[in-house]
Design a protein around this ligand. Structure first.
Ligand code: ADP
Length: 300
């Protein structure tokens, strides 16, 4: 399915009252598939998403979603949009089906038959079929997240924005949510935020890397990897050199190799130790981008 929806972010920024700049002026374009906002806590991901979802007023700039301006046309945007915040309220005593029916009513799907059809559809889309009679209070973290996603899909949004969808989940649930998001990205634009590189690897087509409200990278996963190609090294050092090397290089992996240590670093190269080049993984590329920004900012 071809998706026409495009998001153009133009000089968008946010400074909260009190002076914290959560997003510096940002320009970017978001197209089809799954788009990830990757960055540590406090890097501005939620702020960015809330502005796109028209829940937070920008300080400067704007964004156009399918031509609708987030500052001028909230109604137009809300018709296109399903938004799932990190913490969302559920009714523990309702069943999954009842909760969805109630949410459908709140989202103004007034006609009973249309509501029922929407509930059946989202239960299937979120793979909740076996849990439709389960009480919401008895659901695991992953199932609750799935229910949240189902809710966000009730009005068949062309754009789904989900804040930290894998946060607090155990590894198996995390994998299931990732595959659900990747699947959903086939039919609509999905924007998700995460601080976990593996989430991006498993779901996203393109991404932005944010740090302290600044965009450090934007592009496809392949472009990010290409940037780091030739900057990843493996070498073996005696254990006692590990500490000193850590001060000097950006480590992306440390492994035991008998009585020595095998280390993986990103950067220009390694001095005084034989090092072989390695193919970059996304984690290397992310840590490289972060480390370059930190050293440019004069941080250790
Ligand atoms: P992330 O989602 O990446 O964790 P946020 O967008 O939540 O980042 O926060 C970015 C920065 O903005 C942080 O420094 C945070 O403390 C600050 N911030 C977030 N919300 C508010 C607010 N309502 N008032 C003041 N500062 C805020």
């Amino acid at each position: 399915m071809v998706i026409a929806l495009r998001i153009e972010v133009k000089g968008l920024s946010k400074t909260y009252e009190g002076g914290v700049t959560a997003l510096r002026p940002t320009d970017l374009e978001i197209g089809d598939g799954v788009f990830a906002l990757l960055g540590p806590n406090g890097s501005g991901k939620t702020t960015f998403m809330r502005m796109l979802a028209t829940l937070l007023e920008p300080t400067e700039g704007t964004a156009l979603i399918d031509g609708h301006d987030i500052r001028r046309d909230r109604q137009g945007i809300r018709r296109l949009l399903g938004y799932l915040p990190q913490d969302f309220g559920l009714y523990p005593t309702l069943t999954v089906e009842e909760q969805l029916d109630y949410m459908a009513l709140l989202s103004e799907i007034a006609d009973r038959a249309a509501r029922q059809a929407a509930v059946v559809r989202v239960i299937e889309q979120a793979n909740l079929g076996d849990f439709r009679k389960r009480r919401v209070g008895e659901l695991s973290g992953g199932m609750r997240q799935r229910l949240g996603i189902a809710q966000a899909l009730l009005k068949e949004p062309q754009l789904l924005i989900i804040d930290e969808p894998t946060s607090g989940l155990d590894p198996e649930e995390r994998i299931r949510i990732r595959s659900l998001l990747a699947e959903l990205g086939g039919d609509r634009v999905v924007i998700l935020s995460t601080h976990i590189v593996a989430d991006v690897e498993a779901t996203a087509d393109s991404l932005v890397i944010l740090r302290l409200g600044e965009v450090l990278f934007t592009g496809t996963i392949e472009e990010l990897l290409a940037r780091t190609r030739g900057r990843v090294w493996m070498c073996e050092v005696p254990r006692e050199r590990l500490h000193e090397m850590k001060e000097q290089y950006v480590f992306t992996g440390v492994y035991r190799a008998g009585d020595r240590m095998r280390i993986r670093v990103v950067g220009e190269g390694v001095d005084g130790v034989p090092a072989e080049a390695a193919e970059p993984a996304l984690e290397d590329a992310y840590l490289d981008v972060m480390a370059v920004a930190e050293s440019a900012a004069g941080e250790p």
